[in-house]
Design a protein around this ligand. Structure first.
Ligand code: ADP
Ligand code: MG
Length: 755
């Protein structure tokens, strides 16, 4: 059944060739108990390794049941080692942290048996070698002879036909040696082919059926000294299966348990680093959110040269006129006519024809009138903003909606801040406003007679639906400044409202409507003009009765209520096809004063600065997270690497009983995975309080919520889980490195440990 034909093995050792086995011709049958006798270095172990498939021959043939093993692939060799061969070693090579029964079961675990089947099978094998009562003992608690019996029981797992024993009694006293020899003889009687290497010619003489002598790699004699025990045997069926995952887990768990100190050390160093990774992950994801908030301003406005503002009146003229007006009031040089004239001058937007002319310029893409309106409900004040058609959305500086209304969609979009003001008394969920109908008062330049009670006038009421409430919570302060108190509508809907209320094309919002002569208004929110405010100016005039009731008081009051603090609301937005040339600028200047698209220089400045700041912090955070991930990962990999050295024997045993490279990798990955998952779960639980703690410190120190609109350490569950899972995976996969190294260890390393 086993035939060696001109089998050769040479080793290369530093350019020198060592011819360990030379042209060996041997045939073995089941039922034989063969002793291989020879001096040290004569090639006995090499011969046995060749037979056991632990070494590849350099020449000749090894035939198993007539099949030439040169056709074997790696997989066939592991199957062969697992199913056909059982190894017994000089120093037993039991896995020290597994009990007797578990040492046997690990060999069975390569065969895909159930746990119950493995237990009964292992017990049967222990019984066979007379070790059943020691099943729960660890190797260290057993004598050498007892350990060798366990090793034989393990070799018998998967019922191999061939038992290869390399000096099995080399480490045993004579009495115990006799017991082991008897056991091996019994195995031969029970149909196994037993090939034993030994120095001891007396033992060989007494127990074996055949003695093969080898010297310097050459067979010098081969004699049958007893009748072999062979009968007719059924052919071998090779079972194919690999280490069960549960077995791998168990081995991995035991490994960690046995190296308790290094495992606890690994966990202790992993947990704090993982918490840091989770905190930083949370931080980075939140910061990336800020970056996204800022990018519309950052990218569109700062770099956008295609948006211009054109105002029929320059800021300077506006201020000059208002100043004059105030001086005239103070000097009582005012009458209804002069107020009307000024009003005409200040509040005259472009007429249709002028607009058409501007729009028809070949470098102009579109012109949009200012679209801001005052909205009050109860006593709260909001600004209603007409959105540009979606096609021009990109030109808007501060909109980053997840929902953009169609160009004439009816209804309003609320910031949650605005919604909160509305709902405050009734509801704390601003989103509840979505889909609701609400009634507004609309105040505007042309539609209301100037009187403070008229805010409630029915003429200005309109009922509309809230189509969307968006949440600026996560936005930076920069963004929320714009969003807070704002309500948005499509420009089409604004036009509908204008028609409905018979409003003219209004370019000015009305500021606080305060009866400028009401003493209660003094100190309340009133109109600032050029650094002073009109109420202050008018009040003493009235008290001193200097200003006559017939002196256009009504007009002045109306004027006071309507004059904005600056005239940017008069600016028409011009979208050009490209950056303006000097000539094109000149053409536009003929229509008024041209202003760059900067809505708010401070906003842009702070967007830039915040952007830079966030970029910087992000970079630091990314570097830190890299270092934090690298350190414990390296540590785990190191611990596993060290354990390869300590576990060479165990890995070799696993290989000699037919474990595949894949199985060894699985065990190592299970170990790193267990460490990673355990520390990951602990870190996850601790990260929530840690996050809150860190957040409080950050908040106290830097008031981030004030500056950024939220704290970057606000709990972000997906970010936390994402970071945790990533670090667990990284550390688990690091187990692959030592695992691969271990899996590449040649099983010969194990055998060579013996000699
Ligand atoms: P034995 O088991 O009879 O003591 P071995 O089979 O271990 O002998 O060794 C036979 C010869 O092959 C020795 O000279 C030994 O040094 C050499 N040898 C064994 N293994 C290797 C190896 N991996 N590389 C180089 N030489 C080796
Ligand atoms: Mg040897």
């Amino acid at each position: 059944m086993l035939e060696l034909k001109k089998l050769d093995k040479t080793y290369k050792l530093k350019k020198k060739k060592v011819h360990a086995v030379k042209s060996v011709d041997l045939t073995f049958k089941r039922g034989e108990f063969v002793s291989i006798l020879g001096l040290s270095g004569s090639g006995k172990t090499t011969l046995v390794s060749l037979i056991g498939g632990l070494e590849e021959p350099s020449g000749g043939q090894l035939l198993i049941d007539g099949i030439d093993t040169c056709t074997f692939k790696q997989k066939d060799w592991t199957d062969y080692r697992k199913n056909t061969i059982g190894f017994v070693f000089q120093d037993f090579n039991l896995i020290t942290h597994l009990t007797a029964i578990d040492n046997v079961k690990i060999a069975l675990s390569l065969s895909g048996y159930s746990e119950v089947k493995k237990n009964t099978e292992a017990m049967a094998l222990l019984e066979k070698v007379g070790m059943a009562e020691y099943a729960q003992h660890f190797p260290a608690e057993l004598s050498g002879g007892q350990q060798q019996r366990i090793a034989i029981a393990r070799a018998l797992a998967n019922s191999p036909e061939i038992i290869l024993a390399d000096e099995p009694t080399g480490a045993l006293d004579p009495d115990t040696s006799v017991q082991i020899m008897t056991l091996l003889q019994d195995l031969a009687k029970q149909d196994h082919l037993v090939i034993m290497v030994t120095h001891n010619k007396y033992l060989a003489q007494d127990y074996s059926s055949r003695i093969v002598k080898i010297d310097k790699g050459v067979i010098i004699s081969d004699e049958n000294i007893k009748e072999a025990y062979n009968k007719e045997f059924p052919p071998v069926v090779m079972k194919k299966s690999s280490l069960q995952f549960t077995s791998a887990l168990k081995v991995a768990f035991n490994n960690l348990k046995i190296r308790r100190k290094s495992s606890i050390f690994a966990l202790m160093s992993l947990i704090p680093s993982m918490i840091l990774v989770i905190l930083l992950g949370n931080f980075i994801v939140n910061l990336l959110g800020y970056e996204k908030d800022i990018s519309p301003i950052y990218n569109r406005i700062i770099n956008d040269e295609t948006v211009q503002y054109l105002s029929p009146m320059s800021d300077h003229d506006f201020e000059w006129d208002v100043k004059n007006m105030i001086t005239n009031i103070q000097k009582k040089r005012i009458n209804e006519e002069s107020v009307k004239a000024l009003e005409q001058k200040l509040f005259t937007p472009y007429d249709d024809e002028t607009l058409k002319n501007i729009e028809s310029l070949d470098f102009v893409e579109a012109v949009f009138p200012p679209n801001y309106y005052d909205v009050t409900i109860e006593d709260e004040h909001f600004i209603l903003v007409g959105l540009l058609p979606e096609a021009y959305q990109a030109y808007q500086y501060d909109f980053n909606f997840d929902y953009y209304p169609k160009d004439d969609e009816e209804g309003l979009i609320f910031s949650s801040d605005a919604a909160n003001v509305l709902l405050g008394k009734y509801n704390d969920n601003p989103m509840a406003l979505e889909g609701q109908s609400i009634t507004f008062n609309m105040t505007s330049y042309n539609s209301i007679p100037f009187h403070y009670e008229t805010q409630a006038s029915n003429k200005n009421q309109f009922t509309t639906e809230v189509i969307k409430v968006f949440d600026p919570e996560s936005k930076t302060t920069l963004m929320s400044n714009y969003y807070k108190g704002y309500i948005y509508a499509s420009s089409g809907y604004i036009n509908t409202l204008k028609n409905q209320f018979d409003l003219e094309d209004i370019s000015l919002i009305l500021y606080e409507l305060v009866d400028v002569l009401d003493p209660r208004a003094a100190g309340s929110k009133y109109l600032p003009i050029g650094g002073k405010n009109l109420t202050d100016l008018l009040l003493p005039l009235r008290t001193k009765n200097l200003l006559q009731e017939d002196m256009a008081l009504f007009s002045i009051r109306k004027f006071a209520a309507e004059v904005p603090s600056s005239n940017f609301m008069m600016r028409y937005q011009i979208i050009t096809k490209g950056p303006l040339t000097e000539t094109q600028k000149e053409i536009l200047t003929a229509y008024g004063t041209l202003y760059p698209s900067q809505f708010d220089e401070f906003a842009i400045y702070s967007a830039k600065e915040t952007g830079k700041f966030i970029d910087k912090i992000l970079l630091y955070a990314k570097i830190t997270i890299g270092v934090i991930i690298a350190l414990p990962s390296i540590l785990v990999a190191l611990i596993l690497y060290i354990s390869i050295i300590l576990r060479t024997k165990e890995i070799g045993v696993l290989k000699s009983i037919g474990a595949k490279a894949k199985d060894i990798i699985t065990i190592f990955t299970c170990e790193s995975g267990m460490l990673a998952i355990t520390s990951g779960i602990v870190a996850l639980m601790l990260s929530f309080p840690a996050l809150n703690y860190a957040k409080e410190i950050l908040e106290k120190q830097y008031h981030l919520t004030y500056y950024l609109g939220s704290n970057p350490l606000d709990t972000n569950v997906p970010a936390i889980l994402g970071s945790m899972i990533s670090i667990v995976l990284i550390i688990t996969f690091l187990g692959l490195l030592p695992g691969r190294k271990a899996s590449k260890l040649h099983p010969r390393v194990l055998l060579r440990n013996i000699n």
